[in-house]
Write a protein that binds this ligand. Sequence first.
Ligand SMILES: [Zn+2]
Length: 423
Amino acid sequence: MTGPYLPDHGDGGYRVTHYELDLDYKPHTGRLGGRATLSGVASAPSTRVVLDFGALTVNRVSVDGKPARHAHGGGKLRVRPARAVDGPFTVEVRYSGVARPIRTRHWGELGWDQLADGALVASQPIGAPSWFPCNDLVRDKATYRISVTAPSPYAVLANGVLVDRRSGGSSTTWVYEQAEPMATYLASVQVGLYERLPLAIGQDVAAPARLLRAARHDFARQPQMMRVFEELFGPYPFRAYQVVVTDDELEVPVEAQGMSVFGANHVDGRRGHERLVAHELAHQWFGNSVGLSDWRDIWLNEGFACYAEWLWSERSGGPTAAVLASRAHARLARSPQDLRIGDPGVANLFDDRVYKRGALTLQGLRTRLGDAAFFATLHQWTHTHRHGTATTGDFVALAQRHSPDPLTAFFRSWLAEPRLPSM
Ligand SMILES: [Zn+2]
């Protein structure tokens, strides 16, 4: 047994129940001014509160309304309250500067990023401190209220439901409420010259005018996909689902809670990337509602989202999951077999083998359990851990309850051993 992944991130001594973020953003200069109010609960008396926070300048910090001393550096904001915190407390941090992504060793630049005209947030897994001070621990989920003021022609999207929009002078303030708990890496703000395209009740696309026509075609089947996934996985866990298509190209789409972000290059007017539409939508159940306790279990997000791509193919007239699985198996058989997907290591969190072998694990489980018990397992999984967090051990135990035969050796061979099992 090894320790948690990314042990330098987050602080287990307290949890955050709510973030209130008031931001002011100027797209032309990239300047971001912010006030973050965190409602926390300390598990024991403490004379320090340590937050994760990147390179923006901290102007003022207070704890429970009283100014607090603080030191900021190395990605940490160390706050010394005038009085020790114990139980519930609030920290308010005022900050400003030009927001930039955080450079990481394994995953390039993460977090708040300037687009050609606007901004995008892509934090997975540790980019959140680039734009707000937080307890950057994947299992520490909180509710959010995100308010962003930007020049009036720009549209602002953030997680949750738009509860207020006020224009004054040349700027507009957009206020979003995320009532369901959310991990920090899934918090997101998107700013751009976007137009809104409604797909269905609770499903919108925001895209630049030049891409609307192609987006209308490429996302046309998403409402149908939503119905199929609700049938297979259980009720959609959030109030709305927003898709953003940026004017810029993106290497990969970005998942956020209640939101997915695609690049201009993912929209071709021919549904050439519908696989990704399915993948990102599936993350709302697997990754966002059912969150991770530790990054080690990343296959619970990516294997499931990849398997959802295959399920959508099967249900929309494409190759079946079994056919796609055998193709993926053949490709994996030719790849190096030196990765344990149940514990891939921090550097390999987003290795494609985690995705494909994770999906193959689910296809193997489906074959063993049969469709009725397999999909009952998925329903129970999303229901039991809705808006919470879970581990691989939780999934294995749940699947076992749906199987008359022991599954220990099956899961061990797929998740804990490097050698690829046969299908
Ligand atoms: Zn994914």
